[in-house]
Design a binder for this molecule. Sequence first.
Ligand SMILES: *Cc1c(COP(=O)(O)O)cnc(C)c1O
Length: 359
Amino acid sequence: MARVFNFNPGPATLPLEVLEEVRSELLDYHGSGMSIMEASHRGKEYAAVHEEACANIRRLLGLSDDYAVLFMTGGASAQFALVPMNLLGEGGSADYVNSGAWASKAIKEARLQAKINVVADTSGEKPARMPAPDEIKISDGAVYLHITSNETIAGTQWKEFPEVDVPIVADMSSDMLSRPIDVERFGLIYAGAQKNLGPAGVTVVIIRRDLAARVSEKVPIIMRYSTHVEKDSLYNTPPCFNIYVVMLVTRWVLALGGLEAMAERNRAKAAKIYGVLDESDYYRGTADAGSRSDMNVTFRLPDEEQEARFVAEAATQGLKGLKGHRSVGGIRASIYNAFPPEGVDALVEFMRVFERRNG
Ligand SMILES: *Cc1c(COP(=O)(O)O)cnc(C)c1O
């Protein structure tokens, strides 16, 4: 077996220990004589999985009873629509920060439903950056402030969240559980699983219960957060297998020491690659130093021909998935929680050699 270092942006690499555990219990889950994929979502085996996945997330984030943890479907993209649908009644408005490609999509969807104020827009800036927390001024009547904690394509990340007196709604798809956060500042957090949490197909939502309760009766039952809160994400059949993997991944994060340890590990990994960019006249980082993401490190080479060669040569050495997003080009190293430190060392070594030969 030859596993590569997988820099894919999402779906992304999973912890090897988790994959091995999935394999070992795939055919006969805990003596039940069937796979967890084949088990009833109302049966005792799955019930324990569902409960532990939820409990692990609660423990990692230190959630109080004011918050519910939900497992939903439709990806973060469905949340772009569900957030305004649930939180903004007739005539309600909200503030959004446009920090790049993902924030833009959230805004586009929200605008179909409500009055949306863009209170800061860094989406066109080069180098890419997140707004400073004090650039944000909340509009009169805004119900929430929506931010994207990590822009996966631009390679930027909020380091300090804005201090505002409305609840923050955050798309944390690409940095969920990668560092400790002060949850009390947030009314709602959502993340598609396929970057930091597990396989694609389940979306984790953390919502303050009082916000879920505000929903209008006109919202379809299946689209209401309140439905999923009341039914503990079992109103309809949840993506059981995906939630099972999320359970194993969150167990793995706990075993490594929780979010402080994760943040330390992630910072150290990212710092090694940024270190090469800073030393070099050959590589050029595309994110502003104050907004550099610990999850997605983005950079350019002198021209596209060299970038294409860099990606192709890296792949032959077992470093795969380094091509930047098609909308921006360049190189992107996605190094989420599960990405091993040895993979970063291998990339750094490759970058140095490539520069010596081409720079
Ligand atoms: C990947 C990503 C999304 C899209 O997630 P889907 O699950 O494909 O809908 C949204 N926001 C951010 C920040 C992402 O990284």
